[in-house]
Ligand binder design. Structure first.
Ligand code: ZN
Length: 150
């Protein structure tokens, strides 16, 4: 079972997506578009959003996209009818998780650093950067190879 499907079963409301007929609204049809090294950070984000759902009964919270963007973990979520204090708390935690992702290797989860290599921003550890620089394949293939069917 993929890491995404496993979490979709744990948080069916958060990770529900409309389906193929509404891909412009949700990018979750592709799962998590980042490396497996950030799974612990994603889990904190999902737990935070789930906490928000439980503490704001009138709220509707849906994750729209989880991806790497300029080397950072980027999570887009709809936070409808979420009271401002809860909303602010959630957004603050998601922002801190994005900051922490720039110190966490996206591929293996070890201590990493935000790097610009060949025009791509990525957060990698030294070993994964070496593997990436010596890989004779495009970034997407590199991710799939290192990601182990993430
Ligand atoms: Zn690494």
């Amino acid at each position: 079972m993929s890491a995404f499907i496993e979490r979709q079963r744990r948080y069916p409301d958060l990770l529900a997506y409309p389906g193929w007929d509404d891909l412009m609204h949700s990018q979750l049809a592709w799962g998590f578009d980042c490396g497996p090294g950030w799974l612990p950070l994603i889990d904190i984000a999902l737990a935070t959003l789930n906490w928000g759902s439980q503490h704001a009964p009138t709220a509707t919270i849906h994750v729209r996209q989880v991806k790497e963007k300029f080397g950072r973990l980027t999570i887009y979520a709809d936070l409808s009818n979420v009271p401002p204090p809860v909303r602010d708390g959630i957004l603050s935690i998601l922002s801190h998780l994005a900051d922490l992702s720039t110190y966490t290797c996206e591929q293996c989860g070890q201590a990493g650093a935000l790097r610009s290599t060949g025009g791509w921003w990525q957060t990698l550890c030294d070993a994964c950067e070496t593997a990436w620089q010596t890989a004779d394949e495009p970034l997407s293939q590199f991710r799939i190879r290192l990601g182990r069917e993430f």
